[in-house]
Design a binder for this molecule. Structure first.
Ligand code: AMP
Ligand code: MN
Ligand code: MN
Ligand code: MN
Length: 283
C-alpha cells in the first residue's frame, strides 16, 4: 500500500513545475493526507501551501531542503516542522540565495567559455523569479538545443568536471542542523543513497549528523531503489535515527516518483512523525 504521507516535494518557489496551491491540489487528488513542502533554500511557498492544504483536508508540515557542504560534497538537509518566521533561519537562507545567484553567474561564465552564451539570462527567464538552480540551466540548455533532454544535459554540462559546474561552498552541515533545530524543527538527511560516499564516509556522516542533533534520514525516497529502502532502514536503526518518506516530486514528468505512490516505510523503522500531532491519524 502507498504511504499517505509525503515529506519532500518542490513547487515553483524552487525548481518544481507546480505552484504551491496546484501542488497541494495534486497531492490531495493523489491520496496524500500529510504533506510537507520542501523547496530548495526557500520558505516562500509555505504560507500559500498551508492555506491550500486546509481547503483540501491535508495536514500541512512546514519544510525546506537546505543545501549544505560536508567534506567538500553537497548534501541536502530537509528541515521539517521548522518555524518559517524564525529570523536566524530566514537570514541564513537569504544568504544562500544570494550565493546561488553568484554561482549561477559563474556557471554561465563556464558555459560561455565553450560557446554557449546567455545561459544566465536564459535560466533567469525560466526560473521566473524563483531561486536559480541547476534545473533551470538544464531546461535552458535543452530549449536552446544543446542536448536532447535534462538527463543528458546534467551529464554533459552540469556535474563535476563539466563546463557549467561550479564547486560551490554552501553552509556547513553543522549550521544547517543547528538552524533547523533552533527553529523548532527536525533535521533529515535527504536521499542519502545519492551522495556516492562509500561505506566509511556514509557511516562517518551518520555518526556526525546524529552527534550534531540530526533526527532522521530519508529511507523511502524517489531517489532510492527498493533494496536501498532496506539498506537505509538498517543504517537508521544502527544510528538511532528516525526514518522519513518523500517523493521528491518536482512536477509532471519531472519527478522520480509520482505523488501518492510512495511505498510505506519498511517494518521496524521509527517514523520521523511518530510524535507529531499532525500525523496522529496515520499511526
Ligand atoms: P542545485 O541545487 O542548483 O545544484 O540543483 C539541484 C537540482 O537539480 C536537484 O534538486 C534536482 O532537481 C536537479 N538535478 C540534480 N541532478 C540531476 C540529474 N542528474 N538529472 C536531473 N535533475 C537533476
Ligand atoms: Mn530540485
Ligand atoms: Mn535533493
Ligand atoms: Mn528535493
Amino acid at each position: 500500500m502507498a504511504a499517505q504521507i509525503d515529506l519532500h516535494c518542490h513547487s515553483t518557489i524552487s525548481d518544481g513545475a507546480l505552484s504551491p496551491q496546484d501542488l497541494v491540489a495534486h497531492a490531495a487528488k493523489s491520496g496524500v493526507k500529510v504533506l510537507a513542502l520542501t523547496d530548495h533554500d526557500d520558505m516562500g511557498g509555505l504560507q500559500a501551501a498551508r492555506k491550500a492544504s486546509s481547503e483540501h483536508d491535508i495536514s500541512f508540515i512546514n519544510g525546506v531542503e537546505i543545501s549544505a557542504t560536508w567534506k567538500r560534497r553537497t548534501l541536502h538537509i530537509v528541515g521539517l516542522k521548522i518555524d518559517s518566521e524564525n529570523s536566524a533561519l530566514k537570514t541564513a537562507l537569504d544568504k544562500v540565495r544570494i550565493g546561488r545567484d553568484e554561482r549561477a553567474q559563474e556557471m554561465a561564465a563556464g558555459l560561455a567559455k565553450i560557446g554557449i552564451h546567455g545561459a544566465y539570462e536564459g535560466a533567469v527567464a525560466i526560473a521566473n523569479q524563483s531561486i536559480l538552480t541547476r534545473s533551470h540551466f538544464a531546461q535552458f540548455l535543452v530549449q536552446s538545443g544543446h542536448a536532447k533532454d535534462v538527463r543528458t544535459v546534467f551529464k554533459k554540462f552540469l556535474v563535476k568536471g563539466k563546463p557549467g559546474f561550479v564547486d560551490h561552498q554552501w553552509m556547513t552541515l553543522e549550521e544547517a542542523v543547528s538552524l533547523i533545530n533552533a527553529s523548532g524543527g527536525s533535521a533529515v538527511i535527504a536521499h542519502p543513497g545519492r551522495y556516492d560516499l562509500g561505506t566509511i564516509n556514509m557511516l562517518l556522516l551518520m555518526h556526525e549528523f546524529r552527534s550534531l542533533g540530526g533526527a532522521a534520514i530519508e529511507v523511502v525516497t524517489g531517489s532510492h531503489t527498493p533494496p536501498q529502502f532496506q539498506q537505509f532502514a538498517k543504517i537508521a536503526h544502527k544510528f538511532s535515527l528516525k526514518c522519513s518518506i518523500g517523493s521528491d516530486y518536482h512536477g509532471p514528468g519531472l519527478s522520480y516518483m509520482a505523488m501518492g505512490s510512495v511505498p510505506e516505510l519498511p517494518a521496524g523503522c521509527v517514523p520521523v512523525w511518530d510524535d507529531w500531532e499532525e500525523a496522529r491519524h496515520l499511526t
